[in-house]
Design a protein around this ligand. Structure first.
Ligand code: HEM
Length: 409
């Protein structure tokens, strides 16, 4: 068992191999005060408790991110153009009652009907991408399928033409990179510059939709109305769509690549899925549980409080470590094993729970299931190439494979 004395979640090697530390945290100190001062919460029960206590454990942690615990403060230093929108805490970094207004309006736009409508079209994008592999013996799955599938879906929904996809990918990456806390100062400045470009672009698209409605998510957001709630302003729409990129793009990419990796690493699991494709949605839940693309989320103590018998002073930051909770043996038997037949796989916390539960969950699940199903259907003999080292991008917050080389024949 690991000792916690040398535990530094920002160390890239620890981020690569965190699981023994997660076991040590759960056993030795489920609410652990790290040397950096924040509390790491690692059991399923205590993560859920903190999620539910929204008054004591606030989601208004954006100030901490800007202060260096995760994000960029380059904008404040005048190193890039001024942002065209004033930073607004809308969803992920907000609390009721303001969060409730934004969430109602977003739920209205991101409705089950909208996601259902996208079903055939997500499958079509996957099919088109996979058609492109016909003449190949092997692919690098991350760049050739796992990145373009969710990126194309969300770009279409935000009115980005296919010709603008390269810029869009750069902007999306720049929105995400600073959150992991393992980037240089120069990289932070570059990311902030790109985010300003993205905001200007999205403002223009939102204005277009305000004058003429179209059949996409951005238009639904601009026109969303709920009784008694003020509709979203353009700046709020931009802030929310930026969150879709931050929260929804790379995470879905990482889910697709990791789930396929787990399946192909275990021939018995692969055979089960080929024999019973109805298990694919559960395989995606296991991919979510075992990889946990968002390893955890911040909270900040709004008052002096306690969690699991540990005193938490007002203003303390907590990292609810969903990745550790997802391998908690109190909830999941044989938790380190990827098992497509696990009956309670959906109890994972990979999308959070409660009022901040991920609004993109059903879209992400659909994209991953379609990608896995299409790959298995099209290629009866998939394999992992020997060169794979299964290394992840260095980040303390997001977990995503750098590449996955897959043999197709
Ligand atoms: C595998 C893919 C995804 C994962 C693992 C994921 C994970 C999460 C998690 C853990 C949270 C809640 C954090 C908390 O406890 O506060 C969250 C919230 C959120 N997600 Fe996702 N997400 C994914 C895909 C998406 C997609 C596709 C979108 C949109 C296009 C999206 C948009 C959001 C937004 C806007 C929030 C904030 C909701 C709120 O605070 O009310 N996510 N996501």
């Amino acid at each position: 068992m690991r000792q916690l004395d040398d535990y530094n979640p920002f160390d890239p090697e620890v981020a690569e191999n965190p699981f023994e530390y997660y076991a040590a945290l759960r056993e030795q100190a489920p609410v652990y005060r790290t040397p950096m001062g924040f509390f790491m919460v690692s059991t399923h029960r205590l993560c859920l408790e903190a999620i539910r206590e929204t008054k004591a454990f606030s989601s208004r942690f954006a100030a901490a991110m800007a202060g260096g615990m995760g994000g960029s403060n380059a904008l404040e230093k005048g190193q890039v153009d001024e942002t065209p929108i004033s930073p607004t805490d809308t969803l992920l970094t907000n609390d009721p009652p303001s969060h409730t207004r934004f969430r109602k309006l977003v739920n209205k736009a991101f409705s089950p009907r909208r996601v259902e409508k996208m079903d055939a079209y997500v499958s079509q994008i996957a099919r088109d991408l996979i058609d492109g592999f016909e003449s190949q013996d092997r692919i690098e799955l991350v760049t050739e399928l796992a990145v373009p599938l969710p990126l194309t879906v969300i770009a279409d929904q935000l009115g980005v033409p296919r010709s603008g996809m390269d810029d869009f990918k750069k902007w999306s990456d720049a929105s995400v990179a600073p959150l992991g806390g393992i980037v240089t100062q120069e990289e932070q400045v570059e990311c902030a510059r790109l985010v300003v470009e993205l905001q200007k672009y999205l403002l223009a698209r939102a204005a277009e939709r305000r004058s003429k409605a179209t059949d996409d998510l951005l238009s639904d957001l601009v026109h969303a109305s709920v009784d008694g709630e003020t509709p979203l302003s353009d700046a709020e729409v931009v802030s929310i769509t930026q969150q879709f990129l931050v929260a929804g793009n790379e995470t879905s990419t990482n889910l697709i690549a990791a789930t396929l990796m787990f399946i192909l690493q275990d021939p018995e699991q692969e055979a089960k899925l080929r024999a019973r494709p109805d298990l694919i949605p559960n395989a995606v839940e296991e991919g979510l549980r075992c990889e946990t693309p968002v390893q955890g989320m911040w909270r900040v103590a709004a008052c002096d409080t306690e969690l699991g018998g540990v005193e938490i002073p007002k203003g303390s930051f907590l990292m609810l470590r969903y990745a550790a909770a997802n391998r908690d043996p109190a909830v999941f038997s044989d938790p380190e094993r990827f098992d497509v037949e696990r009956s309670n796989a959906r109890e994972h916390l990979s999308f959070g729970q409660g009022i901040h539960f991920c609004p993109g969950a059903s879209l992400a699940r659909k994209e991953a299931a379609v990608a896995i199903q299409s790959m298995l259907d099209r290629f009866p003999k998939l394999s992992l190439s020997k060169e794979n080292d299964f290394r992840h991008h260095p980040s303390m917050l997001l977990r995503g494979l750098k590449r996955l080389d897959v043999g197709l024949r």
